[in-house]
Design a binder for this molecule. Sequence first.
Ligand code: MRU
Length: 354
Amino acid sequence: MRTIQWDDGRDCIAMVDQTKLPAEYTTYYAETVADLVESIEVLRIRGAPGLGGAGTLGVALAARRNDGDTYDAYEAAVREDADRIATARPTAVNLSREVEAALGELDAATSIAEARERTLTHAKAVCDRDVERNKRLGEHGAALLADDDTVMTHCNAGALATVDWGTALGVVYSAHEADKAVSVIANETRPLNQGARITTVELQEHGVETTLIPDNASGRVMQEGRVDAVVVGADRIVLSGTGEFADGAVFNKIGTYKHAVLADRHDVPFVVAAPRATIDAETSVEDVEIEERDGDELREIYGTQNAPEDVPVYNPAFDPTPMSLVDYVVTEVGVFEPPLDREAVVEDTATPAH
Ligand code: MRU
């Protein structure tokens, strides 16, 4: 099964429940828009392209769960639901972007039945497109890796962060399929441990040699000369900003920035792998909202107290890495060296998904 997909039999969204990994690999069915919004908030579905899938399928779900006496009333109700989905998490641009694109199908429809059909056909095409793009991206990125290279990665940018295949891990999988003996050092990625809980599982399933390290060991591992490249995904790539962000930044899981600094210090290439759907040329670094998550993610660990119940916590989920620290951006149309040329990297959104 894909990470997220439409279940025709149940007429709802099916997704791998990532909150249960690695202990259980189970499917969760989002029957309602409220189910989907909660799934996004608790990271049952996560990762920028995975959230793009949730956004587009979410509009199809809203189109099927709502009704109305007139098309206008129906459309207003679907749009209200779509807004709840689009704003469930703020940083990954793919979520709001795919919701917006799917709403275009509502504009094009003239009846409720047509809106339901169009949004679902569109969502399925967007999901197929994600997989196909990740595979192409992986092949482009694999060319950057040599036989016997060790890649450090942060968080999870694999199949479970996308509809399928992955971005940063897609690069590793493509290299592995091309018979390069690549291995991976996976950062645990506190506080939600996507590296430990998800990345290691995926890599082992693909037969890729994997070593898990605590986040605090990454500097030491670089001092030991054990890392040939750092490869990460992205939640949003922006092309403009001020000061050190003049050429834009890559927003990714908190801790990505410090690994870019470390890579720079140790002369290790820092590679960002992301489909062009993650590039946001309209927003400046300063205007991107960095999600701040609940302090209990630190005060507790898996339900056990980890800190005083009333200790103030600051828990940002993402950080911006200045483009000057990025050596390569790998997309489905090729590998780019920053600063990124807007004309070359921005997707032609006039091209329909299907
Ligand atoms: O909070 P998460 O788990 O959704 O964060 C995910 C990441 O930061 C990924 O690296 C990013 O979305 C790229 S996924 C291909």
